[in-house]
Design a protein. Sequence first.
Length: 95
Amino acid sequence: MSAVPFTIKMFSVYVLKSQVHERYYIGYSSHPQMRLHYHNAAKVRSTKAYIPYEIVYTECFGSRGEAMRREKELKRMKSGNQFVRLLRNQGDSCA
């Protein structure tokens, strides 16, 4: 019997920053680079007016539920000092 390769699906919470406007977008995806492409191709209604975007922050999680909870946390802190500090550190827990 041959072994079936086991893969773990990771989910990333990401923060996009418009390169033209002072606008941020917070989302989650199992493929954040692909999602960035969709955002920059104006295929996402909520971000298309402010393209182009770049990823300025990411965090990785082992489940979709964990990523969704963290996305909500970041959205709640989006306009506060804690959000600014988070982006200043520009962590990438996916590395």
